[in-house]
Ligand binder design. Structure first.
Ligand SMILES: CCC/C=C/C(=O)SCCNC(=O)CCNC(=O)[C@H](O)C(C)(C)COP(=O)([O-])OP(=O)([O-])OC[C@H]1O[C@@H](n2cnc3c(N)ncnc32)[C@H](O)[C@@H]1OP(=O)([O-])[O-]
Ligand SMILES: NC(=O)C1=CN([C@@H]2O[C@H](COP(=O)(O)OP(=O)(O)OC[C@H]3O[C@@H](n4cnc5c(N)ncnc54)[C@H](OP(=O)(O)O)[C@@H]3O)[C@@H](O)[C@H]2O)C=CC1
Length: 366
């Protein structure tokens, strides 16, 4: 059933959002909640056309797609046992928005103390005040302004985390991003900015915590867990080559750190999201985001974007003791996007994606 946006400007097109199913889920504490599963059947260039902004997603909070997405996020439930992270202290970079917000929120709802760190202090503070409402059993969000490209800021972040939380059990290197450009137009300064944001930051923060905290712990079996958020880019990342290269660097760094630090009980893993709808993330791309989504969605085997919560649950698992024998891995959350060696044929609706050559006759030979 298509929804009409209720925005007051009346300039909003019908977008093609369908409610696929509604089902009930239990949060493990006896509360039953309704869970919405939605699919986008067709993403137009601009889902919402407010005169004051040109991002593809409505920011008024009143359009239906916005409401449904927020509803889905706010109703999403953690699959983990209540109190799982009581007594644990975690840093989440970029924790004021998007994926980082969902990760921090799930952790604090499980009782963790979490420092969220990014450049915009006002965004962090607003996020913390919202998240602290859903904290459980002593869970608390603290904020620290930090540009992860700056080594002084990294040192201050670690000092702040140790002083406020009394230790560090986990780190999520989530802050990151890039801009869109063909390789030939990327300046050396631009390439460096993206490498610093995504790769250097991960090296600096992981090393700082290791040297100042994890390497000092007497319990060598379980001192820490690092989760690095990268991209599903196993075959390169055209138009974002700088980010593809930086994330490939993070993946390789992950494996080296995992081997070097396993003796100290520090595990290091990567999570590689596919296309995950986050309002903040897609706002970085302006009008391009709508065009990008409409061309990429038919090629995602799951026929939809992922949600931040679908990434968060894997990150939380990797931070937990349930993953104590997992290190040096890179795990995708991509609706099947990274699978297959032959390109897949785009499909508009629920059909499974076939290779470009379709269904070959049984006796055909390639
Ligand atoms: C889509 C698939 C799924 C992925 C989704 C996501 O990742 S969602 C998450 C998405 N979230 C994010 O991406 C959020 C985080 N991203 C960012 O903060 C930026 O993308 C950044 C990492 C480039 C830092 O940018 P900054 O401005 O703070 O850095 P700076 O001041 O140090 O500049 C250094 C140089 O970089 C260049 N340059 C910079 N921007 C552009 C551009 N748009 N255009 C062209 N070039 C650009 C320019 O050369 C500049 O030098 P100049 O010409 O000024 O002398
Ligand atoms: N959404 C998606 O489809 C995918 C996202 N990813 C990756 O997941 C991560 C989160 O993305 P998402 O939540 O969608 O997008 P966001 O843009 O919401 O997240 C980026 C976060 O990183 C912070 N950040 C960026 N640069 C810096 C910096 N120099 N120092 C400190 N913090 C910084 C931003 O905060 P602030 O600006 O205040 O500093 C922001 O909170 C990113 O690394 C992204 O590239 C990977 C694959 C797919």
């Amino acid at each position: 059933m298509p929804y009409k946006c209720q925005c007051p400007s009346q300039r909003i097109k019908t977008h093609n959002l369908k409610v696929r199913s509604m089902f009930k889920a239990c949060d493990g504490r006896g509360t039953t909640k309704i869970f919405l599963s939605i699919i986008y059947t067709k993403i137009p260039h601009q889902i919402c056309q407010h005169s004051q902004h040109s991002t593809p997603i409505c920011r008024s909070g009143k359009c239906e797609i916005h409401r449904k997405c927020s509803l889905m996020s706010s109703l999403a439930l953690t699959p983990f046992k209540a109190g799982l992270f009581v007594g644990k202290s975690i840093i989440v970079t970029g924790g004021g928005t998007g994926l980082g917000y969902a990760i921090a929120k799930e952790l604090v709802s499980l009782g963790a103390k979490v420092v969220i760190a990014a450049r915009r202090i006002e965004v962090l503070e607003a996020a913390a005040s919202e998240m602290n409402k859903s904290s459980q059993r002593g869970g608390k969000i603290y904020v620290c302004q930090c540009n992860v490209r700056n080594e002084d800021d990294i040192q201050k972040l670690v000092t702040f985390a140790l002083e406020t939380m009394g230790g560090i059990d986990g780190l999520v290197n989530n802050a990151g991003g890039q801009f869109v450009s063909p390789v030939e137009n990327i300046s050396a300064r631009g390439f460096k900015a993206v490498v610093e944001t995504n790769l250097l930051s991960c090296f600096m923060l992981s090393k700082e915590i290791y040297n100042r905290w994890w390497s000092q712990q007497e319990d060598r079996k379980r001192s820490g867990s690092i989760v690095n958020i990268i991209l599903a880019n196993k075959n390169g990342f055209p138009m974002m080559a700088h980010s593809g290269a930086a994330r490939a660097g993070v993946e390789n760094l992950t494996k080296s750190m995992a081997l070097e630090w396993i003796g100290r009980g520090v595990r290091v893993n990567c999570v590689a999201p596919g296309i995950i709808y986050t309002e903040s993330g897609f706002a970085n791309y302006g009008e391009m985001a709508g065009a990008f989504l409409s061309s990429v969605l038919p090629c995602i085997p799951a026929h939809r974007c992922g949600t931040a919560e679908e990434v968060s649950s894997l990150v939380v698992f990797l931070l937990s003791d349930a993953a104590v024998y997992i290190t040096g891995q890179n795990m995708g959350v991509d609706g099947g996007m990274g699978q297959g060696t032959i390109p897949l044929r785009p499909q508009d609706h629920g059909a499974s994606l076939l290779p470009v050559y379709g269904e070959l006759p049984m006796k055909a030979r390639l």
